[in-house]
Design a protein around this ligand. Structure first.
Ligand code: LLP
Length: 422
């Protein structure tokens, strides 16, 4: 049997529970496929970060944890994060809208983005955003002009690209010189100089995000080191660097591996960033929500061919795109506790392309049509990346808190599917 990846999930009696709620009952009440999240897991992850940092950092240098909204942007998840003391990182006006609806103030939110539209910059500045992380010198004139029009000074930071290859897949590495993100150390000084000539900008520091699902703390140390060197260079030129946003990317367990210990990250920050005497922001996404949830699904059919068996489930690549897009491995477990013998399956969904293969040759206890399964680690980058491909209505989301299950997004109807069409 696969390991359960959240301490808030366990088999109680014969059935898998999230906190005190039986997934069998969730399926009965809300149908499948359905995302099911644990609020306690989310609070626990934020607390783990907070405590790990408190243990090694002076109070004055405690980072603000700006949750990366893109990981899971349901406003009820955002509210849970807000109530636990989190701040927000956003990359679009849509995420800004969600953040404000969830009750965050603009001053709790930082905005990143390689392609910010004028309307997005305007909306962010109007909301009193804490900082805009800029990715190009070419953005400066635009931000300055919009800030002038609004009669304010835009707080900007420059995203540093340290040229480090880090991340769980080529597609989610963001800190190599060849990637579209940020400015290399050779351009930051020029960016600072240009910005200081523009009256409606206030340069507050640097930002960075090198990639996602990173397990090697030495890569963070290396990146923080490049940033620290940049700070020294800027200060030697007489510039102020009061704030550093050092990004997210902390790896979680998808299989048996140990997640990156928060303590290791905290020690890297203590050793490299704290001596710079700056305000510190961090942008964890996956670490906070990744293992808070499962995608609950029913087996539609088991199809046997001469050489294999296909487990055909009612979830598909439109609900969880990660295996198709990044060859990502997600654990899948039966909801009913079973002693059935192990069988090997190719696990697939109903979508009409071979790309809709969740796993090949996966060993699971033998299952039957109508059985329930739970895909683990479905809290991050699953519902937020979902689509309506094959005109499949988006699955509902249910938030568990203790013994309470709340529907935080209803299932789309067929009318929803065509609601925007002429
Ligand atoms: N900050 C910035 C500027 C980011 O671009 C990201 C993620 C984060 C923070 C949060 O990174 P995290 O702590 O979650 O690793 N869809 C992919 C992941 C893409 C991440 C994009 N940026 C996946 O499913 O693996």
């Amino acid at each position: 049997m696969q390991k359960l990846l959240s301490s808030k999930m366990a088999y109680q009696g014969t059935s898998l529970h999230v906190e005190d709620v039986d997934l069998k009952d969730v399926a009965k009440q809300f149908g499948t496929p359905c995302y099911v999240y644990s609020a306690a897991h989310i609070r626990g992850q934020l607390q783990e970060l907070q405590q790990a940092f408190e243990a090694v950092l002076p109070k004055a240098h405690m980072p603000k944890f700006c949750y990366a909204t893109k990981a899971n942007s349901n406003i009820n998840i955002l509210k849970t994060i807000k109530d636990a003391g989190g701040h927000l990182e956003i990359v679009s006006e849509g995420e800004l809208f969600r953040g404000l609806k969830a009750g965050f103030k603009g001053s709790d939110i930082v905005m990143t983005g390689i392609g910010k539209q004028d309307s997005e910059i305007r909306a962010a500045l109007n909301a009193g955003i804490k900082q805009l992380n800029l990715e190009a010198i070419e953005e400066l004139e635009t931000v300055n002009a919009i800030a002038a029009e609004l009669g304010l000074k835009a707080p900007v930071a420059f995203r540093l690209n340290p040229n480090i290859a880090a991340g769980g897949d080529d597609k989610i590495m963001t800190g190599r010189a060849r990637d579209k993100f940020g400015l290399g150390p050779d351009r930051i000084l020029e960016a600072y100089e240009t910005a200081h000539k523009l009256p409606n900008l206030e340069v507050v520091g640097l930002s960075m995000h090198i990639g996602s699902q990173i397990h090697e703390v030495w890569l963070f140390r290396q990146a923080y080191g490049v940033m620290a060197e940049m700070v020294q260079t800027l200060r030697a030129e007489g510039y102020k660097v009061p704030r550093l946003d050092i990004g997210g990317g902390f790896g979680i367990a998808y299989q048996e591996e140990e997640p990156l210990p928060a303590k290791d990250i905290a020690e890297a920050v203590r050793d490299i960033i704290v001596p710079l005497d700056v305000e510190i922001l961090m942008e964890p996404g996956r670490f906070v929500v990744g293992n808070c949830g499962v995608l609950l699904s029913e087996v539609i059919n088991i199809k046997h061919t001469t050489d294999k068996s296909f487990l055909v489930c009612d979830f598909a690549m439109n609900d969880i795109m990660r295996p198709s897009l990044y060859n990502a491995w997600h654990s899948i477990v039966p909801v009913a506790k079973t002693n059935a013998t192990d069988t090997t399956y190719d696990i697939v969904g109903p979508v009409c392309e071979t790309g809709d293969t969740f796993a090949r040759s996966r060993t699971l206890p033998q299952l039957e049509k109508g059985d329930l399964v739970a895909v683990q680690s479905a809290g991050a980058y699953c519902s937020s990346m979902a689509s309506n491909y094959n005109s499949r209505p988006m699955a509902p989301e249910v938030l568990i808190d203790g013994d309470k299950a709340t529907l935080i997004r209803r299932r789309q109807t067929f009318d929803d599917l065509i609601a925007l069409e002429a």
